[in-house]
Ligand binder design. Structure first.
Ligand SMILES: [Zn+2]
Length: 201
């Protein structure tokens, strides 16, 4: 897939022992504060691809995410699928989410990062998004949202898929909560003990 989409980030230049954790679909009170506590325990920084509607509902959590040195980014206003919307309608969803993000205090120079829900995109959609947004995909997907996967299996597979410079997707969502609560602390422990650090994109 990467060759299909020019200038999209799938991973970062393989800096020695740096990982880029990303959390999609929040912020929500049931899961996001847990994520923040885990990250703080390892001095880890991460990027949160937020759904605009969740941002509107939980602005105080979003503010907390920023205060702790993490980055907020765009994941459309209502978690819509590119294959079901015209590029124009899709762009409106992205703009709506961005407007909510910008009501929160953010550094003015920050790059606008966008991740398409479900990783769905077409070249036509991509062209409307660039150059205003940097589109970010991933190199490792933790299937934390897959409730048929045991937490142990989810952890094992996720660790096996991660390489230096990797962009890792996890979810601060209700669907992923069970696996995430098991996987995240162990993932942080595992890679910290190997000398890795965790940075924002
Ligand atoms: Zn999503």
């Amino acid at each position: 897939m990467p060759w299909l989409f020019p200038k999209v980030w799938w991973r970062r230049p393989a800096k020695e022992k740096t990982l880029y954790l990303t959390f999609d679909d929040g912020p929500i009170p049931e899961v996001t504060p847990f994520v923040l506590d885990q990250l703080a325990a390892y001095q880890a920084k991460a990027t949160f691809f937020c759904v605009g509607e969740n941002l509107e509902r939980h602005k105080e959590i979003a503010t907390q995410v920023m205060k702790q040195g993490h980055m907020l980014a765009n994941h459309t206003h209502q978690h819509v699928k590119a294959w079901q919307l015209s590029p124009v309608a899709y762009f409106a969803q992205v703009t709506k989410c961005q407007e909510v993000l910008e009501t929160l205090e953010r550094p003015a120079t920050q790059t606008k990062l966008f991740r398409p829900p479900h990783g769905q995109l077409t070249l036509r959609h991509l062209r409307t998004l660039q150059p205003e947004y940097q589109v970010v995909m991933w190199s490792s997907l933790a299937y934390d949202f897959d409730q048929t996967l045991s937490p142990e299996e989810c952890l094992r597979k996720t660790i096996a898929s991660i390489q230096p410079g990797g962009v890792v997707v996890l979810h601060d969502s209700l669907k992923a909560e069970r696996n995430l609560r098991y996987v995240l602390p162990r993932l942080l422990e595992h890679f910290s003990s190997l000398g890795y650090s965790f940075q924002t994109l």
